[in-house]
Design a protein around this ligand. Structure first.
Ligand code: ATP
Length: 402
């Protein structure tokens, strides 16, 4: 196995790190690339007020997840878990013990590569791993990199690779921290990392979470879910906005309810239950067993309590999974948008999509019927509110405005 190790302080991780990681993964034909955030970097003191190791680890996990390469790109807490300064030689020794047969490649930008001979135990580092470097600015001298590679080969017998990134993202965490404090720099970050920074108020970024603009609300939402779900949340937002325009609902409310509708989807059962206790959510028997059903309720509470959504938006999020009798227009829109947004693909979805723009009640009714049928087929219990929603919609006059 070929394992790439990409160390750094990641304070914060930015698109430069991600572009280099993606390119190195392919160029070196790595089986896996692991970001390793340092606890206490030996070569540079972290600026005062920097986030702690746990926060840098969390941001690096969000950044790595945003590459959408599960199984290939991962984050290790090995340096953060290890007491004392984070020496690369120690990290490589540890990895060598763990993977005796792996080919290790240490990845680093120009600045690190040019000083590698001054690190602690360069001879151990170069004996345990190949060293791969890439320019981090268009102006970086490739001749200097080649000369340093020759020197490391001559002095330590190092195996080196100098990669030419096709597209250099010219940004450093230092620049980014200064930009963020001025309200800029968002474009250099994975949106989920930006969202995490907003939620934790890092780097002088201070927003009132209850009054976030759409872009910042999206970032916060994406920072709470897995990157693979973001396309679904984006699809739900677009579909909900279109449906709101079609049926005369408040487009902004539809959009923002959709942005937040899955914000607690990835919490564990235990975390869900803690939120239920915190917000006084009373659960029925079915909900106590099915974590899937809980996220709608806990998500609604977080959306209202943390992000200040109005009661009608709270209610749309609250009922988006099961539906219920006597649904409001906004509740119907979020329910059906979630069901048939553009990334969904299942038999019958086209019919649902067409119906949603012709007769909204009929579409929601069909959605409930399809859910009930699916639960039956899988031998799972159906939530009584879905049955009540279906019966209520069946009893409504056909073609009535929703
Ligand atoms: P700081 O500005 O705080 O020094 P940084 O942007 O250099 O931070 P680090 O976390 O220290 O980020 O860097 C980790 C590794 O990523 C280093 O090997 C560094 O050379 C490399 N690197 C940093 N920025 C880029 C970039 N824009 N393109 C390619 N590599 C980069």
């Amino acid at each position: 196995m070929k394992l790439g190790i990409y160390g750094g302080t990641f304070n914060p991780p930015h698109l430069g790190h991600l572009a280099a990681a993606r390119f190195a993964l392919e160029a070196l034909e790595l089986d896996e690339l692991r970001f390793v955030p340092a606890a206490a970097p030996p070569h540079k003191a972290l600026p005062a007020g920097s986030p702690g190791p746990a926060e840098r680890l969390a941001m690096t996990q969000l950044a790595a997840d945003s590459l959408l390469l599960p199984g290939q790109v991962d984050v290790s807490d090995m340096e953060i878990a290890r007491p004392g300064k984070s020496y690369t030689a120690d990290t490589l020794r540890q990895l060598r013990r763990q993977y005796p047969d792996a080919r290790l490649w240490l990845l680093m930008g120009t600045d690190m590569f040019l000083t590698l001979h001054q690190w602690r135990e360069p001879e151990v580092i170069t004996a345990l791993a190949g060293v791969c470097t890439f320019a981090r600015a268009a102006s970086d001298s490739l001749a200097a990199l080649d000369a340093q590679a020759a020197r490391l080969e001559k002095d330590f017998g190092a195996a080196t690779r100098v990669l030419r990134l096709p597209h250099v993202v010219e940004v450093s965490s230092t620049q980014l921290r200064a930009l963020l404090a001025k309200g800029e720099g968002q474009d250099c970050l994975a949106p989920a990392v930006y969202g995490y920074i907003i939620r934790r108020g890092l780097y002088g970024v201070h927003w009132d979470l209850k009054h976030l603009p759409d872009r910042e609300l999206r970032a916060c939402s994406y920072s709470m879910i897995r990157a693979k779900r973001i396309a679904h949340v984006q699809g739900t937002e677009e579909e909900a906005a279109r449906l709101a325009r079609r049926w005369g609902a408040d487009e902004e409310k539809a959009r923002r309810s959709a942005i937040l509708h899955d914000c607690t989807k990835y919490l564990t059962m235990e975390e869900q239950l803690q939120l239920c206790a915190k917000y006084g959510i009373v659960l029925d028997d079915l909900e106590r067993q099915a974590v899937k059903l809980l996220h709608a309720k806990t998500g609604a509470c977080v959306a209202r309590d943390v992000y200040g959504v109005s009661d009608d938006m709270y209610s749309a999020i609250f009922w988006h999974t099961t539906a219920r009798a006597d649904m409001t227009l906004l509740e119907k829109i979020l329910y059906i948008a979630d069901y048939m947004e553009p990334t969904r693909d299942f038999p019958g979805v086209e019919r649902l999509r067409k119906l949603a723009y012709e007769d909204l009640d009929a579409a929601v009714c069909l959605g409930c019927e399809m859910s009930i049928e699916e639960m039956h087929q899988r031998g799972l219990p159906v939530h009584p509110n879905t049955v009540k929603a279906r019966d209520w919609l069946r009893s409504r006059p056909i073609g009535k405005e929703p």
